[in-house]
Design a protein around this ligand. Structure first.
Ligand code: 3UK
Length: 507
């Protein structure tokens, strides 16, 4: 059982503690040409907290939108807001006015800190929302910029004395469908995730250098690139652009040792495995989407490193099923991590025996609290968080991902998990990535259709369709083979990198 004091501001534990305990001069955040120690980040965060309270009229409990790419300054803003008792609502940098507007409305946002480069979209959304009145931009000029206001406040800030169960952040779900859902997380939830997965699975040290691609608006990125490194006094690199090529450059240039990114990114980076071998990289974390067994093998063969897979969710804040390098099993996400419970249930809410497909149910120190949302009772049933994933657990407690519960294809009476067919196709050397969906069919109810992105140098023609179909029929149960195949330049993905299969169903 995790125990926390009744009063707790996570900024004190993640940031101030290191300065108070003599680690103030250790490197903390880097990015672009910026390099701040823990003391330097604390100085920025304190100044921002002063600006929020004195110049922007923030009172504890106000919601503050943070709209920026991953940079050291966005980390300073995150801590400034938390120190001042505000609630951080970090957003995906690529969101447009149309997508920011519901977040501002649902989240009842009153304040915003915004990178000047993204200000137009935010100002557009703010104009249409009555509540958002106080906006300051950074990376900006002029006497009303955040930087200008920061120069006026040099005294240390004493953190607002928040309760452990005051809300610290609101995470918006990446929303593959429907209106985005706002998930509330307390200060103690932030400390709970730092005490769980990083200690039992990641096992990084204060000398590690973290890097990765997920934005801070995605809790995968917030945890991996800010909370986890800072909870152990390590350092972290924030990349504004973090496609596979920039990530590899960053790993080399900053001497990164721990990387967080999605399966697709590992597939692309594997082609430059020699550079990874020449780097200091030692731990590679994959989450956000199922990791195909073939990607695990491909990465190991290219780099000599074993991937750490983990499933997390915005609703649960971070990872709850995972395995370290030594305990990895191909095709399995891992075992439930200490502190959490997980099981696979049937439609009536009863656990199914090992080896049977069912719905994943999870319980632990963190869990879903939607803000004013009817969908709360769909996600949490009898205290179990129902993630919407179909899983199988084996006799040893390893969990094997099958599909999202709504990505099960039923064709001529067969249950076919879309990711299973994707994995089969991905084994073919011509396939870079693919997405499989069920499309309506008079005779079979649904048929399996694959959208395929080919590696450069291959031809998207009828011969390729035939070759891929024959290939799948040879390696898996023939009823699973894609009866229809279409080729694409790239697949539709959310800003957190998740495949949007539902868009393909409607083509
Ligand atoms: C899927 C996975 C198989 C799964 C997230 C790590 O992805 C995160 O949060 P989201 O709310 O999505 C949650 C859903 O994504 N998923 C994530 N990881 C895996 N499926 N294997 C995986 N390793 O459908 C889950 O229900 O965007 C991931 C940490 C924090 C996060 N928020």
């Amino acid at each position: 059982e995790l125990q926390f004091p009744a009063q707790l501001n996570c900024a004190a534990l993640l940031l101030d503690r290191h300065v108070n305990e003599g680690r103030g001069d250790r490197p903390c955040v880097r990015g672009g040409h910026t390099q701040w120690t823990y003391r330097e980040l604390q100085d920025r965060a304190d100044r921002i907290a002063h600006v929020l309270t004195r110049d922007m009229g923030l009172v504890p409990g106000n919601r503050v939108l943070l709209h920026a790419p991953n940079t050291p300054m966005s980390v300073a803003c995150w801590f400034g807001i938390v120190k001042a008792g505000g609630i951080v609502v970090a957003t995906m940098p690529l969101l447009r006015t149309k997508e920011l507007k519901p977040i501002i409305d649902i989240g009842k946002i009153s304040h915003a800190l915004c990178d000047a480069g993204l200000a137009d979209e935010l100002l557009g959304a703010a104009q249409a929302s009555a509540g958002l009145k106080h906006i300051r931009c950074f990376n900006a000029h002029g006497d009303q910029s955040l930087e200008a206001l920061m120069t006026r406040h040099s005294e240390p800030y004493s953190n607002v004395d928040t309760a452990a169960d005051d809300t610290c952040l609101i995470g918006f779900t990446s929303g593959t469908t429907g209106i985005p859902k706002a998930t509330l997380h307390f200060h103690r939830d932030v400390m709970a995730i730092c005490a769980c997965w990083p200690r039992s699975v990641l096992k990084a040290s204060s000398d590690d250098v973290f890097i990765g691609s997920p934005p801070l608006g995605f809790t995968f990125g917030l945890g991996g690139l800010v909370l986890f490194p800072m909870s152990i006094g390590a350092s972290t690199v924030l990349l504004e652009k973090a496609g596979p090529a920039q990530l590899l450059d960053g790993i080399r240039d900053y001497g990164a040792t721990v990387v967080f990114t999605a399966p697709t990114s590992y597939r692309v980076m594997a082609a430059r495995g020699a550079e990874v071998r020449a780097s200091r990289l030692r731990k590679c974390v994959s989450a956000g989407e199922a990791l195909p067994a073939s990607t695990r093998t491909q990465w190991r063969e290219a780099t000599g490193l074993e991937l750490i897979d983990g499933i997390g969710a915005t609703e649960l804040l971070h990872i709850f099923i995972s395995a370290d390098e030594a305990n990895a099993r191909p095709g399995a996400t891992g075992k439930v991590i200490p502190g959490y419970e997980a099981c696979v249930m049937d439609a009536t809410g009863h656990p199914v025996p090992p080896g049977t497909v069912g719905k994943l149910a999870v319980k632990g120190p963190t869990g879903c609290r939607y803000l004013n949302d009817e969908r709360q009772r769909v996600y949490v049933k009898n205290g179990w968080n129902m993630t919407g994933d179909a899983y199988v657990m084996d006799e040893d407690g390893y969990f094997f991902y099958q599909s999202r519960t709504d990505d099960m294809i039923i064709s001529a009476g067969y249950n076919i998990a879309a990711p299973d067919v994707e994995e089969g196709l991905m084994q073919h050397p011509a396939v870079l990535e693919c997405a499989v969906v069920g499309v309506p069919d008079e005779e079979r109810g649904q048929i399996v259709k694959a959208y395929v992105v080919l590696h450069q140098g291959n031809t998207a023609d009828a011969a390729m369709v035939k070759a891929l179909q024959d290939f799948v029929k040879k390696t898996m149960a023939p009823y699973k083979y894609p009866r229809a195949i279409a080729f694409m330049e790239k697949l539709p993905r959310t800003q957190s990198g998740k495949l949007q299969r539902f868009l393909l169903r409607d083509i």
